[in-house]
Design a protein around this ligand. Sequence first.
Ligand SMILES: *[C@@H]1O[C@H](CO)[C@@H](O)[C@H](O)[C@H]1NC(C)=O
Ligand SMILES: *[C@@H]1O[C@H](CO)[C@@H](O)[C@H](O)[C@H]1NC(C)=O
Ligand SMILES: *[C@@H]1O[C@H](CO)[C@@H](O)[C@H](O)[C@H]1NC(C)=O
Ligand SMILES: *[C@@H]1O[C@H](CO)[C@@H](O)[C@H](O)[C@H]1NC(C)=O
Length: 401
Amino acid sequence: MGKPRILLALFALCVILEPCYSYGQYRSLRRMFQGLKASMPSEADPGKPLFLTPYLKAGEVEKARELSLVGPLPGANVKSYSGYLTVNETHNSNLFFWFFPAQVQPESAPVLLWLQGGPGGTSMFGLFVEHGPYVVNQNLTLAVRKFPWTSKYSMLYIDNPVGTGFSFTDEKGYARNEDDVGRDLYSALIQFFQIFYEYQKNDFYATGESYAGKYVPAIGYYIHIHNPAAKIKLNFKGVAIGDGLCDPEVMLGGYAEFMYQSGLVDEKQKQYVQQQTALGVIYIQKKKWIEAFDVFDSLLNGDRTSYSSFYQNVTGCTNYFNFLQCQEPPDQEYFGKFLSLPEVRKAIHVGNLTFHDGSEVEKHLLEDVMKTIKPWLAVLMDNYRVRSFALQGDILVSASL
Ligand SMILES: *[C@@H]1O[C@H](CO)[C@@H](O)[C@H](O)[C@H]1NC(C)=O
Ligand SMILES: *[C@@H]1O[C@H](CO)[C@@H](O)[C@H](O)[C@H]1NC(C)=O
Ligand SMILES: *[C@@H]1O[C@H](CO)[C@@H](O)[C@H](O)[C@H]1NC(C)=O
Ligand SMILES: *[C@@H]1O[C@H](CO)[C@@H](O)[C@H](O)[C@H]1NC(C)=O
């Protein structure tokens, strides 16, 4: 991944707001290749989805904001806004956002976009499990998080790309590469900053983790290219990437040693990992993207395979986001049920729309997974602040890779 420039402003994300190690416990990336299912309500009234683009087009900005104000939620409430931004009319592509102004000095606090990984992981994971102002209790009420990123930053959570979580599109609108991802996100950001215009002047950062190691450079690069000629300028300052999958060809080489040094595999198993990752690299060099993906998948995720992964077989663990926790903590799944509650759906303006588990998104991006984003990341490093952070215990996209 090269040498990311470390800078203090974003370092604060980790150190001041939440000590990296303690948040490691819950910081697990949104599953790299699995989504979350949240069923749809049937009985009570979930309200109607709110599409803001028509209001923006009609010049009714104040109305758009007013309508997007999130209604009462069970348990705890902080001021926030949510709704849909239409990013591609041809394919009825709509991105769902949930925006939390900073709790302190929102008028000058940086605005951070947060993108989960996947492909197809909902950013509601980041919101409810990692750093948003809310945590979901087992009884499906909300409590406030002790050290949310929203205490110092305005947070914009977007379900990205279209087809992820509450975001949706038709069959032809799915992103097939990082150009598509950047283009759709950029459209959403431009609209967002027109509706929430007073935040336009604030510093803006794109952040995310895991597979967002591709998304974050994609939107950063898209902004870099389009900002100079754009009517609405984004005050883009940089990016922060946690446990990012940015350059699989280079990263694959690190798995065997990392797993061995962590005591997860023995010498013989290490040799197998080495041999498989070397095979993955060969496929990448031959641009056999699906074959490369399948090697990686069979080794770690077991997502497309009908059998359990090598990792699962040798460790007996199903959680690969933190090797100190063999199984994923059950409280990481509460938010799925919470988002199915009709009163919650009404409050956040999604109505009865399906919450997608991201599997369609993954299918459409399968050829993209093992491709590198390095050239775009390099441009960002030359022009903006770039922070890379990682948790030691993450196996899927570990720090040492
Ligand atoms: C809409 O999506 C299609 C398919 O990805 C793409 O070719 C087209 O350029 C998009 N249109 C806009 C306005 O972004
Ligand atoms: C739900 O659980 C939380 C945390 O355990 C508790 O504080 C709250 O009183 C419970 N609320 C209801 C309605 O049971
Ligand atoms: C894991 O074990 C199962 C059952 O023995 C086997 O079918 C599967 O091939 C193994 N996975 C890998 C990647 O070796
Ligand atoms: C949502 O409700 C509308 C209007 O009642 C209905 O036409 C539509 O089919 C429903 N959508 C889903 C996904 O159930």
